[in-house]
Design a protein around this ligand. Structure first.
Ligand code: AGP
Length: 612
C-alpha cells in the first residue's frame, strides 16, 4: 500500500516528511517522492527506489521549506519508474498531488484530456489524471478545484494536493483509502497511517469517506462532500510505533486477515460490472479467438498459491468449460508436460519471485505457450516475463503465512474463469450475472465472518486444538483444497502436524489415526456432497475424533452430528471457498498464539522462496 505524509508548520518540512516516509517503509513500496514550496516555485523530486535514494537525490536543501508532501508508491497501474512515482504535477507546474487507491475510470478521463484539452501526461499511472483534473477546475480556490475535480472520478483515493498559487495550504480528500490528520502546536500533519505521525503528535482526526480537509500550519478545516464544515472528534493515539505499524493488531498476520474484505474489494474494483452482470478483463491482451481455441490450461504454483490453483481447476473447468491441470512448480518443470499449441499456462505467485514458479514460467515460454501471471507485486519477475498479468492488488503482505494474497488469488481466478467463460460462450448469461452478484457480496460477507463473535468462537476452539501435536482437515469437492490450505496454515505457524485428506478417503487408511479427542476440522460447505461428507463425519465421531465443522447457515444436518461448528453466511457452493478459508486462517493464528509460536516469522520459512 502507498504511504502519504504531508506537513505544514515551522519545522524543516523535508526532514519531517522523509522521517515520516521511513516510518511507513514497512508497508512495502518501490518508489518515493516529495513536493515542496521553495520561494514561488513548487519543487518535485521523485525516483524509483528507496526513501534513502530520494534523500540523496534531494541533497542539502535550505531550511526555509515549511510545507510539503511526500509519498511512497506500491505500484498498481504502471511499473516502478521515476515517471510513475508520485507526486504528479499539473501541466502548469503549479499543482502537485499524491494519491493512494485506484481510479477506476482513469482511462476515459485521460482519453478526453489528451484529445480535447491537450493535457500532457508523462506517466502510465491512474493517479496522474487527478492532478490534471484539479488544474482544469482551478479558479483560485484549491479546495473547490479538488471537490469539483473528484465529482467525475470513480474509485478509491486518499489524496493530498498543494499549489504554489496557495503557499502553506494542503488539501486532502478521502474515499476508501485512509487519511489521518495530525494536530500540533503551530504545525499540522496529514498521513495515510499513524506511524508517520507518532514522533510529532498523538492528537489525530480521522477523515471519513467523502470528506475533505484544508490544512495549514495553524488551521485544520474539514468539510463533507457537499462542502459543509464538519466538526470532527480529536482522537488521542495510545499505540507505540510497533503497534501502529500493525494497525493496532498484535501481528501483521491478523491485520492482513482483517484486511481481506478491503483487499477482495480492491481486486474486483473496475473488473466486475454488477449492472451488466459480467467481468471485464480487457486489461489482459487475449484475443477472443485465442480464448475460443484454448483446449487446456495448466496452473502452476507453490504452497498456498498452489492451493488456489487447485480451486482454480474446479472453477475454470466449471465456468469456462476448459480442462485444467494443476501442478506444484517444483514437479511441473521435471515431468515434461505434453504441451500443445492452443494451451495456456497460468502461474500464481504473491511475490512474483518464487524460483520454482519462475522456472515453470520459463519452461512454458521456451515451448512457446502463452503465460498468464496472477501476482501481487507490480514489476516482479513473473510480471515482466509473462505475456499477460493480472495483479491481485492485495497490498503488501508482510506475514510469512499468506492470507489476503491467497484470497485475492482466488478472486482473480474467478474473474479469469468468468471472463474466459463468457468469451468462449461457455456460461449462461443469467448464471454469469448470478456469480458476479455473488462476488460483489463477498466483501460484506467476509466482514460478517470476521465479526468479533466469530473470532471469539474460533479462539475458544483453539484452546483445545493447541494441546495436540497432530490434526486432520477433511473435505470433499471444493472443500478439499480449502482443507489443504487450512492444514498448511496450521502447520506453518503453530507447528502442529496437520494433514488434509479427501473426506471420502479416510476409510482407506488414515482412519487408523483417529483416536479419542483428535482434532478433525471438517469442511462441509458443498451442498452437492453434503450427505457424503456427513457420513465421513460420522465415521470420525464413531472413533472418538473431535470434529469441528465449518459449514453454511441452514445446513442443520451438520449441527446434529457435530458439537463444535462454525457457520458461514449462505453462499453459492462455488463461492464458498472464499469464505471458508477465513475460519481456517484464524484457527491457525490462534493455535499458534496459544502455543507461543512466532506468528509473523515462523521458524525455517521465508516470505519469498527465491531458491529452488
Ligand atoms: C504460504 O502461507 C506460504 N508462505 C508459502 O506456501 C507461499 O504461498 C509459497 O512459498 C508461494 O509463494 P509465492 O506466492 O510468493 O510464489
Amino acid at each position: 500500500m502507498c504511504g502519504i505524509v504531508g506537513y505544514a508548520g515551522n519545522k524543516e518540512a523535508l526532514a519531517v516528511i522523509i522521517d515520516g516516509l521511513k516510518k511507513l517503509e514497512y508497508r512495502g513500496y518501490d518508489s518515493a517522492g516529495v513536493a515542496f514550496q521553495k520561494g514561488n516555485d513548487l519543487v518535485i523530486t521523485k525516483a524509483a527506489g528507496s526513501v534513502a535514494s530520494l534523500e540523496t537525490a534531494l541533497g542539502e536543501q535550505n531550511s526555509s521549506i515549511n510545507v510539503g508532501i511526500g509519498h511512497t508508491r506500491w505500484a498498481t497501474h504502471g511499473r516502478p519508474t521515476d515517471e510513475n512515482a508520485h507526486p504528479h504535477s499539473s501541466c502548469c507546474g503549479k499543482i502537485a498531488l499524491i494519491h493512494n487507491g485506484i481510479i477506476e475510470n482513469y482511462r476515459a478521463i485521460r482519453q478526453r484530456m489528451t484529445s480535447e484539452e491537450s493535457h500532457k501526461f508523462i506517466s502510465e499511472t491512474d493517479t496522474e489524471v487527478l492532478v490534471h483534473l484539479v488544474e482544469e477546475n482551478y479558479e483560485g480556490d484549491l479546495l473547490q478545484a479538488v471537490r469539483t475535480a473528484l465529482k467525475d472520478v470513480k474509485g478509491s483515493y486518499g489524496l493530498v494536493v498543494i499549489s504554489s498559487a496557495e503557499p502553506g495550504r494542503m488539501i486532502c480528500a478521502r474515499q476508501d483509502s485512509p487519511l489521518i490528520i495530525g494536530l500540533g502546536e503551530g504545525e499540522n500533519f496529514i498521513a495515510s497511517d499513524i506511524p508517520a505521525l507518532l514522533a510529532h503528535t498523538r492528537r489525530t482526526i480521522v477523515l471519513e469517506d467523502g470528506e475533505f480537509a484544508s490544512i495549514t500550519m495553524d488551521k485544520v478545516e474539514v468539510f463533507d462532500h457537499k462542502g459543509q464544515p464538519v466538526e470532527k472528534e480529536v482522537l488521542e493515539i495510545t499505540w507505540d510505533i510497533e503497534a501502529a505499524e500493525k494497525g493496532g493488531y498484535e501481528h501483521f498476520m491478523l491485520k492482513e486477515i482483517m484486511e481481506q474484505p478491503t483487499a477482495v474489494k480492491e481486486t474486483m474494483r473496475q473488473r466486475i460490472d454488477v449492472e451488466k452482470g459480467r467481468v471485464d478483463l480487457s486489461e489482459l491482451a487475449f484475443t477472443s479467438s485465442q480464448l475460443e481455441s484454448l483446449d487446456k490450461v495448466y496452473i502452476v504454483a507453490c504452497g498456498t498459491a498452489y492451493h488456489a490453483g487447485l480451486l482454480g481447476k474446479a472453477i475454470i473447468e466449471k465456468l469456462a468449460n476448459l480442462p485444467v491441470e494443476v501442478d506444484v512448480a517444483s514437479e511441473f518443470r521435471y515431468r515434461e508436460p505434453l504441451f500443445k499449441k492452443n494451451q495456456l499456462v497460468i502461474v500464481i505467485s504473491q511475490s512474483g519471485e518464487t524460483a520454482d514458479t519462475l522456472a515453470a514460467l520459463r519452461l512454458a515460454r521456451q515451448k512457446s505457450l502463452q503465460v498468464l501471471a496472477i501476482t501481487n507485486v507490480v514489476g516482479s519477475t513473473v510480471s515482466r516475463e509473462a505475456d499477460h498479468v493480472l495483479y491481485t492488488w492485495a497490498g503488501p503482505e508482510i506475514a510469512v503465512a499468506s492470507t489476503k494474497a491467497y484470497l485475492t488469488q482466488l478472486i482473480s481466478i474467478y474473474l479469469v474463469a468468468l471472463y474466459f467463460g463468457e468469451v468462449r460462450g461457455a456460461i449462461e448469461k443469467e448464471y454469469l450475472s448470478e456469480i458476479v452478484k455473488g462476488l460483489n457480496r463477498l466483501p460484506s460477507q467476509l466482514k460478517d465472518v470476521l465479526s468479533e463473535e466469530s473470532v471469539n468462537r474460533l479462539k475458544a476452539y483453539c484452546e483445545h486444538l493447541a494441546g495436540w501435536e497432530s490434526a486432520f482437515f477433511v473435505g470433499r469437492n471444493l472443500d478439499y483444497p480449502v482443507a489443504m490450505e487450512g492444514a498448511l496454515k496450521l502447520k506453518e505457524i503453530s507447528y502442529i502436524h496437520a494433514e488434509a485428506y479427501p473426506a471420502g478417503e479416510l476409510k482407506h487408511g488414515p482412519l487408523a489415526l483417529i483416536v479419542e479427542g483428535i482434532p478433525v476440522i471438517a469442511l462441509a460447505t458443498q451442498k452437492a456432497v453434503l450427505d457424503k461428507t456427513l457420513s465421513n463425519i460420522q465415521e470420525v465421531n464413531a472413533r472418538g475424533g473431535a470434529v469441528f465443522a465449518i459449514t453454511q447457515e441452514g445446513f442443520e444436518d451438520v449441527s446434529r452430528q457435530v458439537e463444535s461448528i462454525f457457520y458461514l453466511p449462505p453462499i453459492e457452493d462455488i463461492l464458498a471457498p472464499v469464505l471458508s478459508a477465513v475460519p481456517t486462517q484464524l484457527i491457525a493464528y490462534y493455535a499458534a498464539i496459544a502455543r507461543g509460536s512466532s506468528v509473523d516469522k515462523p521458524r525455517n520459512l521465508a516470505k519469498s522462496v527465491t531458491v529452488e
